[in-house]
Write a protein that binds this ligand. Structure first.
Ligand code: CUK
Ligand code: CUA
Length: 675
């Protein structure tokens, strides 16, 4: 049995805890509510009684005080998380861990009306379909890595990118309205993984492929020709910040050997201009378990070393400008031979089937973690540059890529634990590495100039997490100026942490206070939408979202006022041949017009504007039986086109409880039968 031992607190913490204890004591002794209400069968009252009744330890109370955000108060940080297979992005406040929003990205989302009839959202989704079998709808995505736009290596709060691993897509979300604006189907690759990561001024969004396929990607080549015909690719999506869109005409790709490229990170500060990507299958294993061959997992784990790709993207940009590219499926591709000849691509041996690659805040160190190695391995950017300048190679790979000498670019190897994966940083020269197999978060010290003497490259502390942590994310922890304060363990398994809800368990985000000498676990947040991978945490003051759209009749797809938007006083219905076009407004609590009379088979085009200017006065627009639902936020204008192919009478109504007379906010689509 746990007991309420307030004094035990002194053995476990520092000044912070003493302060909290003093606070709790002060509260206990001054609280007028200190009654023995429990005896009388009433609910417990006062801090002491409540704590006793709920079996809370002083540590629990401290954690609660650190995470509780009172009603009406805002969080200090926003955390943007991949929504995993849901294809969406989650927005969570820190330290409260309250879910604030789900942003529809790769998957239709009915509340937001994303992909449920509006032309604007359907066009965004359709742009991401595969060029082969274009009519096949893609209605899910496997989101892994969100990335906030950066200016000089720091989050600037303007845009967010997210990838879809399953179909090699990248999406752009505008953080003025927190809505998806663009989905790109990347040419020449089927799957991706090392994406989205941005260069320090968001010149490019980086996308590494994962499972190699024949090039161009819709070509067929038997698996026996893996080494000759299959290729990896890294894509540099040019970001046009002015337009808030990826500019495919200025994007390019670099052909790579079929090594199973994994995660990437962009250099920053002194390593700006370079990109680093891991691989886990330099064995070029393809599996074939059914033919008695070693399974892919064994085949890909034979060698002690794989290759970190070191890529000079500024040089690559020049090579593209000079026209030394092949055009493949409409994309500019730097062939592998050209990348080698121009000094764009180098390899560094890295132990063993690595996963995360993370660049330290000053851009000086590159941290690798090997899934099958108990170490993190740290390379020096300086040493890499020196080795390249001196052509200090230990050899070439079968494709002719120069391999730098491992020992000559190595700075340190730190024994971390079983299954280290990903690393982030704080403002005091510490690094934090997730350790998957042993379910811990490890804190360690970087070397010079972050820490000196025997402090450098030392393991400081490990904290258990629950369980099997994948990524971790720390406040601004992958930028040039990390904040420290909080890290969140993004755990794959929750096992016994929550009330059972069937065999599919929630995943578990654990908030950890890293501001003190000891790391402290503060809060468990079950995630019922899996499987999230990475998040980004940024201070809330970096964002300046709109509270209503800036003008009435605003089109969120173009982020401009739609000149054809329906406006108050201009509502009407016009027929041209078999096309019926409607200009409709929505305001509490009616649509205008309320009767839309068409003939069976007519094409119907609705232009609907929410003409409200009040904050949060959102209207929905659903048509029963037609699978249509729109979300019209204040000022927003949407269009929806459909064929009235089902005769009958179909109520349409406002799907958002907007006012006392919300139920009365309705009308009729009257589809008169043909004959
Ligand atoms: S991966 Cu998920 S735990 Cu896709 Cu970044 Cu490492
Ligand atoms: Cu408008 Cu309900």
């Amino acid at each position: 049995m746990k007991s309420w031992k307030i004094l035990s607190i002194f053995s476990t913490g520092g000044l912070g805890i003493v302060l909290v204890v003093s606070f709790v004591f002060l509260f206990l002794f001054t609280s007028p509510l200190k009654t023995s209400s429990q005896k009388k069968g009433k609910s417990p009252e006062g801090v002491e009684e409540i704590a006793k009744a709920r079996d809370l330890t002083p540590q629990d109370i401290e954690a609660a005080l650190k995470t509780y955000v009172p009603t009406g108060k805002y969080d200090d940080y926003l955390m943007f998380c991949s929504g995993g297979h849901s294809g969406q992005v989650l927005v969570i406040g820190l330290p409260s861990m309250r879910l604030l929003k789900l942003i529809a990205v790769f998957t239709p989302e009915p509340w937001q009306g994303f992909g449920y009839g509006s032309n604007e959202s359907s066009d965004i989704l359709k742009a991401g379909y595969m060029p082969v079998g274009k009519d096949r709808k893609l209605s899910w995505g496997d989101t892994h890595h969100p990335a906030l736009t950066e200016t000089n290596g720091d989050y600037d709060g303007q845009f967010l990118f997210i990838n879809d691993k399953a179909n090699a897509r990248v999406a752009v979300i505008d953080l003025r309205d927190f809505e998806t604006k663009q989905i790109i189907k990347t040419p020449n690759i089927i799957s991706n993984h090392g994406t989205t990561y941005v260069t320090p001024n968001t010149e490019y969004v980086i996308e590494g492929s994962q499972y190699s396929t024949p090039l161009p990607f819709y070509n067929y080549a038997p698996i026996e020709q893996y080494q000759e015909k299959y290729r990896g690719l890294i894509t540099f999506h040019k970001f046009d910040r002015e337009k808030g869109r990826i500019d495919e005409s200025n994007s390019f790709q670099i052909e790579l050997p079929p090594y199973g490229q994994d995660l990437c990170d962009a250099g920053k500060k002194e390593s700006d201009g370079w990109v680093f990507c891991n691989t886990f299958n330099t064995e070029m294993a393809t599996g074939g378990i059914e033919q008695g061959k070693p399974p892919l997992e064994a085949g890909a784990s034979q060698r002690d070393m794989d290759y970190l790709h070191v890529i000079n993207w500024k040089k690559a940009e020049e090579v593209v400008k000079a026209g030394k590219v092949k055009e493949i499926s409409g994309a500019k591709v730097i062939p592998l031979e050209t990348a080698i000849a121009e000094g764009i691509l180098y390899f560094i041996p890295e132990p063993k089937s690595p996963h995360g690659v993370d660049v330290a805040p000053r851009g000086d160190y590159i941290v690798i973690s090997g899934k099958l190695d108990t170490h993190t391995t740290i390379f020096s950017f300086d040493k890499i540059q020196k080795a390249i300048a001196e052509e200090n190679y230990e050899g070439k790979d079968p494709y002719g890529v120069p391999i730098l000498n491992f020992k000559d670019v190595l700075v340190a190897q730190l024994e971390i634990g079983l299954g280290p994966l990903h690393t982030q940083f704080d403002n005091e020269g510490n690094a934090y590495t997730s350790v998957f197999i042993e379910s811990t978060l490890a804190k360690w010290k970087l070397g010079e100039p972050y820490n000196s003497g025997d402090q450098a490259w030392t393991l400081v502390e490990k904290i258990p997490v629950h369980y099997n942590i994948g990524h971790l994310v720390c406040a601004e922890g992958d930028t040039v100026s990390p904040d420290g304060k909080y890290c969140v363990a993004l755990n794959k398994w929750s096992i016994d942490r929550f009330t059972p809800v069937g065999p599919l368990h929630p995943q578990n985000f654990q908030l950890i206070d890293v501001s003190g000498d000891k790391m402290q676990l503060l809060y468990d947040m079950p995630i019922g939408i899996g499987e999230p991978h990475l998040c980004q945490i940024a201070k809330t003051d970096k964002f300046d979202p709109w509270l209503v759209y800036p003008e009435t009749g605003f089109n969120p797809a173009t982020m401009t006022k739609n000149p054809k938007a329906a406006l108050a006083g201009k509502e009407r219905i016009e027929r041209k041949g078999d096309t019926v076009e409607v200009w409709m407004t929505a305001i509490r609590s009616h649509f205008n017009p309320e009767h839309i009379k068409v003939k069976e088979g007519d094409k119907v085009k609705l232009n609907i504007t929410n003409i409200e200017r009040a904050r949060d006065a959102t209207h929905g627009f659903g048509i029963d039986g037609y699978n249509i639902n729109l979300s019209l936020e204040p000022g927003e204008s949407n269009t929806v086109e459909f064929v009235a192919d089902k005769p009958g009478v179909y109520p349409f109504y406002c799907t958002e409880f907007c006012s006392a007379l919300h139920l009365e906010m309705a009308g009729y689509l009257l589809v008169e039968p043909k004959e």
